[in-house]
Design a protein around this ligand. Structure first.
Ligand SMILES: Cc1cc2nc3c(=O)[nH]c(=O)nc-3n(C[C@H](O)[C@H](O)[C@H](O)COP(=O)(O)OP(=O)(O)OC[C@H]3O[C@@H](n4cnc5c(N)ncnc54)[C@H](O)[C@@H]3O)c2cc1C
Length: 492
């Protein structure tokens, strides 16, 4: 066997999966058909839930230091006046939700930070490697990869197609990709220009004549976005883009200096029928495409990879193969909801020019309560349920040092929180599971009571956190038989 996991595609999804496998010491090969990394801004919004994931992968602070906040939107009118409004809902950080607003970071910088962290862990993408065919048997996948030096064969236990909307892996598996074309086409470009301030996101016009120029945090560039006619050639040359800016803004003082990247694309909303066929999975845009409204694509792609990484690692270490079926069960439903939401936002943008993003886009309320992995033995009226995102909480070590619950997730382990245990019987230590007691004389102290409040803990309660930061089980130490069976089956 050449490797455990072959990851096809080094975009946001592929890089996230690679980073998760790297920190778990799972052998993998990451290939991309491109000769060099992608250099355009595309998905520039990292939602609060994705920031939490990037924190667990040890890259969030670098991203925050590189990017910046979303500026207000300035709607310019034809008479030279304007109206400002917030672009995003920004809430103060709380003990349970440490990131109150999305971060703006152009996608190529996000991916650059993921690549840098991967390099620190001793891994690199093999660029100029295109997956050109594969077959699977009971034990492995045999892949053909085309390089400048010819074709190579690679045998891996699993293949993950994180190869974007036109996914070769999805098509080879003959997975249906139903959905609709949304009758919308747009231009996106990164450019440097003079004549505009960088403190707001500038917008002009309405309907098909809209244009927006957003200062891209972490760069000196602006991201241009505008709808264009569904058919016919649109002039994407430097001069063509400058002319469109002048015509749609009515301004002759905006001078385009250079265009770094440009693209035009037609919008559609599609969802793959299946996410898994045997030993092959699809993730990210390979599994779902949708309009950019709402800024969900990159985030959903990262979270697909985050959901799949620990499950692949667990099954490679001996967990039941059925664990891998929960990837599709959990993530396909999330993508279906996200597709509906981004399409609704596109309709709103067409009619009302309303592009403000709020709580729904932050992805903090997504979870998997209906998943077979969710074990809930609490009363039905409990506010927090198994399957929900595990909230953060500030704690203190027995030695007095402060820490946050989320810092424990960096280990990639399952975390069992035993709140003021009644039954002192210790669980036998088990690889991949960290058992932590919380209480007045325990290893961790809930000195401000945040953990008790947000988890609704009473003495004897147990919360088992999955490696991806969702609540696997909520129970009590007098009811731990089901929990023991759960752990025996899933924790590796
Ligand atoms: C204008 C615009 C604005 C957007 N705004 C946002 C936003 O604000 N927020 C947000 O979350 N998302 C946004 N998105 C969406 C976001 O860019 C995508 O959802 C995201 O890039 C998907 O990541 P991915 O890793 O799944 O796929 P991709 O980024 O498409 O990566 C796929 C990779 O696979 C490689 N590949 C393909 N075929 C093969 C093969 N046969 N062999 C080897 N490699 C292969 C490709 O070279 C590529 O590098 C926006 C998109 C656009 C176009």
């Amino acid at each position: 066997m050449d490797t455990d996991v072959l990851i096809c595609g080094a975009g946001a999804a592929g890089l996230t999966l690679a980073l998760d496998l790297a920190r778990r010491h799972i052998p993998f090969v990451l290939i991309d058909q491109a000769e060099v990394p992608f250099a355009g801004s595309r998905g520039k919004g990292i939602q609060p839930r994705t920031l939490e994931i990037f924190e667990a992968l040890d890259v969030a602070d670098r991203m925050i230091a590189t990017g910046g906040r979303y500026p207000a939107q300035r709607h310019h009118d034809a008479g030279g006046g304007y109206r400002d409004e917030a672009s995003v809902a920004a809430n103060p950080a709380t003990p349970a939700e440490p990131y109150g607003e999305p971060l703006m970071l152009p996608q190529h910088l996000t991916e650059g930070i993921l690549r840098a962290r991967l390099a620190e862990l001793g891994h690199a993408t093999r660029y100029g490697h295109a997956l050109s065919g594969f077959e699977q048997d009971d034990c492995a996948v045999t892949a053909r990869v085309t390089t400048a030096d010819g074709e190579i064969a690679l045998r891996a236990r699993y293949l993950v197609g994180a190869d974007g909307g036109r996914s070769f892996v999805r098509k080879t598996l003959d997975i249906g990709f139903p959905g609709e074309s949304l009758n919308a086409r747009a231009v996106v470009a990164d450019l440097s220009l003079d004549g505009l301030t960088r403190d707001v996101w500038h917008r002009w016009g309405s309907g098909g004549q809209q244009i927006s120029l957003c200062p891209l945090q972490g760069t000196e560039l602006f991201q241009l976005q505008m709808p264009i006619p569904l058919t016919g050639e649109f002039d994407l040359s430097d001069a063509g883009l400058a002319a469109a800016i002048a015509a749609r803004s009515g301004r002759d003082d905006i001078v385009v200096r250079a265009v770094r990247w440009r693209s035009d694309y037609a919008m559609s909303a599609r969802l793959a029928d299946r996410y898994r066929v045997g030993r092959v999975f699809i993730a990210g845009d390979a599994a779902h495409v949708h309009p950019p409204t709402g800024g969900q694509g990159l985030n959903t792609s990262v979270q697909d990879a985050w959901n799949l990484g620990w499950k692949l690692a667990a099954v490679l270490r001996g967990a039941d193969d059925a664990l891998l079926d929960t990837y599709e069960a959990e993530r396909r439903e999330v993508a279906a909801g996200m597709l509906g939401m981004s399409t609704r936002l596109l309709d709103a943008a067409r009619q009302r020019d309303d592009l403000r993003r709020g709580r729904e886009q932050q992805q903090l309320d997504l979870g998997y309560p209906a998943s077979p992995l969710s074990l809930d033995e609490r009363d039905d009226d409990a506010a927090l349920r198994a399957g929900y995102r595990a909230p953060d909480a500030p704690l203190t070590g027995a030695g007095g040092q402060p820490l946050r619950l989320f810092s424990l997730l960096k280990s990639g382990d399952w975390i069992m929180l035993r709140y003021e245990p009644r039954d002192a019987a210790a669980l036998a230590p088990r690889a991949g599971l960290r058992v932590i007691t919380v209480g007045e004389h325990a290893e961790l102290r809930d000195h401000e009571g945040h953990l008790r409040t947000v988890y609704g803990f009473a003495p004897g309660d147990i919360a088992l956190l999955r490696p991806d930061g969702y609540l696997a089980a909520l129970t009590h130490d007098e009811r731990s038989a089901a929990l023991s069976a759960y752990i025996a089956q899933s924790v590796r």
